[in-house]
Design a protein. Structure first.
Length: 161
């Protein structure tokens, strides 16, 4: 392998700790919870969510997570699979130097940290509703109520010092 070649992890996968979210992905049998046609779409949605909300999560570097049931998303990512990954990496670092040959692994790691942050957030919401309802709430912007920022938004405390 030439020294300037991109070192590529054999696969990019959704870690097995998120297995409870996999019913969100259509498979050969239709799931009533399915929102995404493929695991790759769930990962891209989660990475976009993580980036937009500045949420990151731990990523797995080894293959044991995949062997434990993680969902394979990309096998040796090609250019079309990496477009969102590259955009998030450039936006996060603030420079296009991250696109240089030999930095693919860095871009994948940035993408995966944001994806895991987004997946963690969906998992958190899914504790109080179904995973599908959690994703729908995120899309609608109703996953949290921004109308009440502080107690003073509810009660006039001006007469109390």
């Amino acid at each position: 392998m030439p020294q300037d070649a991109d070192p590529v992890r054999p696969v990019v996968f959704i870690p097995s700790r998120f297995s409870s979210l996999m019913p969100l992905v259509s498979r050969t049998g239709k799931s009533p919870q399915a929102v995404f046609p493929a695991a790759f779409d769930l990962l891209c949605f989660s990475a976009s969510l993580g980036y937009a909300r500045e949420l990151t999560g731990p990523i797995s570097k080894g293959s044991s997570d995949k062997a434990d049931g993680g969902e394979v998303v990309m096998n040796v990512p090609d250019r079309k699979d990496r477009i969102l990954c590259d955009m998030i990496a450039v936006a996060h670092t603030g420079t296009d130097e991250i696109l240089e040959t030999g930095k693919l692994q860095d871009r994948l790691d940035i993408f995966m940290k944001f994806a895991c942050g987004g997946l963690d957030y969906i998992m958190e919401l899914a504790e109080t509703r179904s995973a599908r309802a959690a994703v729908e709430a995120i899309i609608r912007g109703t996953d949290h109520d921004d109308s009440v920022q502080e107690l003073s938004d509810l009660v006039d405390l001006s007469g109390y010092s």
